[in-house]
Write a protein that binds this ligand. Structure first.
Ligand SMILES: [Zn+2]
Length: 76
């Protein structure tokens, strides 16, 4: 597919996980299709994907499962 940032062919979809919020409000969204471009090194979500993320977060509860995961704090 064509990269929206550099307009070159070669961008690919890769599924990633992203976390939203912090502390008790932390939510992880899995299997998000992100566009990765090997030409310019950028990665981004399409507008449709961003809408789906918003929807997934607002439907919290219905589509949520809980799992214990290790959380690492970044220390400078
Ligand atoms: Zn690009």
């Amino acid at each position: 597919m064509i990269c929206k940032i550099c307009n070159k062919e070669g961008a690919r979809i890769r599924q990633i996980s992203r976390s939203y919020g912090e502390g008790d409000e932390l939510m992880v969204v899995e299997h998000i299709p992100a566009v990765f471009c090997p030409n310019c090194g950028e990665s981004y979500f399409t507008a449709a994907t961003m809408e789906q993320i918003d929807l997934a977060l607002s439907e919290k509860g219905r589509r949520t499962t809980s799992r214990r995961v290790p959380v690492v704090a970044f220390v400078e």
